[in-house]
Ligand binder design. Structure first.
Ligand SMILES: C[S@@+](CC[C@H](N)C(=O)[O-])C[C@H]1O[C@@H](n2cnc3c(N)ncnc32)[C@H](O)[C@@H]1O
Length: 201
């Protein structure tokens, strides 16, 4: 399923960070819950957390779709999924080791995809966004979220913000349009990045 040789950088980066991932960001829970609440999901819906990591978003996603809904968390890095299991996130949804470039899901299976901190790590972002569009029904939603805005993240990482950044609004709008999504709202604030797009019919 997974083309590991093209993802060495992802595994090298996230494997050593997995064990203490949650403890590095202990205060993010409310921001994830607020973002999950903006997906427009209803009880019984099906949602994927793409690049779920330790599954921090899964409790919030479960809360919006309810016990009859479907929550999936997919990630490439085994250590992140192991940390998710240790944190009990497997009780909130089904954890899968999968590359977002090739998801083991049928066309239109989902009502929404949530992706936190994902897009800047993707090797082929447009193809990967197209694969996410494939598994979502027309009218379904994609939310690209980060609990920190672009400028604040750049400052934390000691670099300048750049218009070449995939998450800059014009670039993201174009990238998503090429992948079957229409960008509907965009917020880039100090404590939140949230881009919401709708799957085109
Ligand atoms: C910055 S972390 C965010 C994790 C989690 N969403 C969160 O907010 O805590 C990015 C995650 O994306 C995963 N990832 C990167 N590329 C991926 C791909 N092609 N398919 C699936 N997961 C991927 C990494 O393994 C990592 O766990």
């Amino acid at each position: 399923m997974t083309d590991d040789h093209t993802h060495t950088h992802v595994l090298d980066f996230f494997t050593p960070r997995a064990a203490d991932w949650d403890s590095r960001f202990p205060d993010d829970g409310p921001a994830y819950a607020a973002a999950a609440g903006l997906l427009g999901l209803r009880p019984g819906d099906a949602v994927l957390d793409a690049g779920c990591g330790t599954g921090r978003a899964l409790p919030a996603l479960r809360a919006v779709v309810g016990p009859e809904g479907t929550v999936l968390g997919a990630d490439l890095t085994p250590a992140m999924l192991e940390a998710a299991t240790r944190a009990g996130r497997g009780a909130e949804g089904t954890l899968l080791r999968a590359d977002v470039a090739r998801l083991p899901l049928r066309d239109g299976a989902l009502d929404a995809v949530f992706g936190a901190g994902l897009i800047s790590h993707l090797a082929r972002p447009e193809a990967d966004m197209a694969e996410l569009a494939r598994v979502v029904r027309p009218g379904g939603v994609l939310a690209l979220f980060h609990p920190i805005g672009r400028a604040a993240l750049a400052a934390r990482q000691g670099r300048a913000i750049s218009d070449d950044d995939l998450r800059a609004e014009p670039r993201l709008r174009e990238l998503l349009a090429g992948a079957g999504w229409r960008l509907e709202s965009y917020a880039d604030e100090d404590d939140r990045f949230l881009a919401r797009a709708v799957k085109q019919g």
